[in-house]
Design a protein around this ligand. Sequence first.
Ligand SMILES: *Cc1c(COP(=O)(O)O)cnc(C)c1O
Length: 361
Amino acid sequence: MSAQTRGMGIWSYAERLPRIAEQHRVTLGEGNAPLVRSSRIGETIGIPNLYFKLESLNPTGSYKDRIAALMLSLAREHGKDACIGTTSGNAGASIAAYAARAGIPYHVYVQENIVPSKLEQILVHRAQVYRVKGMGFDPHIGTQVFETVLAKAKANNWEPAVTAFAYAPLAMEAVKTISYEIREQLGAPDAVFVPVGGGGLFAGIHKGFADLHAEGAIARLPRMAACQSAGCANLANAWKQGLSKPLPGGSTSLISGIQVSSPPDADLVFAALKESRGNAYALQDEDTWLWQERLAVEEGIFCEPAGAIGLAGAAKAAREGTIGPDDKVVIVVTGAGFKDVQRTKAMTDQIQVPFIEANDM
Ligand SMILES: *Cc1c(COP(=O)(O)O)cnc(C)c1O
């Protein structure tokens, strides 16, 4: 790979990331996600200073590309023969693309209920895919799959390709670049609303702001708002009860990307909530779908459901009064609408499209 990455996307923060020789860096143009101000919804919900961080615009349609770029670069830097991981869809699509680019084989174990369009996105890049029974519903199977992947990685000189600090701490450092970009685009927000599945995204964004705070680059830490589906709210419900261990229980959530009932970065999530004086929200799937639709109709932003749950959380926080009209709030829109074609169909199948002759226009 040629030295074309200097100053590009996550690589413009190379000095803040694990050291990767220039010739080992893998890139597809990840990062550099726009931060756009809300044109309508912010005023309506009582948060006039509302911003959307469009991670949906990354090369494969989710912020996971930041992690995958660093992960495959690490695999090259460390001379790994392959990578192996688990996914609910988006990490798989990202890592499959970056593995193809790096010329490294990728073995991936996917959730039983993976969204078909996400599975196809992984297969397009010819990753070796296995679909695992019960993964995505049953926390024990989730943990077992994580552990098996880690053991196989160790035994074979393979890169563990799981997008969680608990399994791939170096690659996860790439998530901090989201916070660095927000700082440059806006300064420090008062609050950041983030979808939470495994918790790595949430923890990484907090870590990025904590770095900036420690350096004196921002005056205070943004309050971190963790948004989970009520059908898989092991962290949010524990937080509300004053606990700092996830509650047991499986997932009945229909929101792809955050159906993680054994969140590997739970401890980091609770620490970030405490340190940032944050809050956690459990949102009904119907509520998230509604905000997904409103983002499309009122803001022109087409995201997958997980990308809208942050907005569902912010709307709830505004209703409850924990976020006020003076707060500068960022919603991390994590994934693109085209990723979940089933959902797009459900959003539009009531709409009649007249089929007409050109003469009848
Ligand atoms: C992975 C993912 C999340 C959740 O990230 P975690 O680190 O698992 O909490 C949220 N939204 C989208 C679109 C994702 O792909």
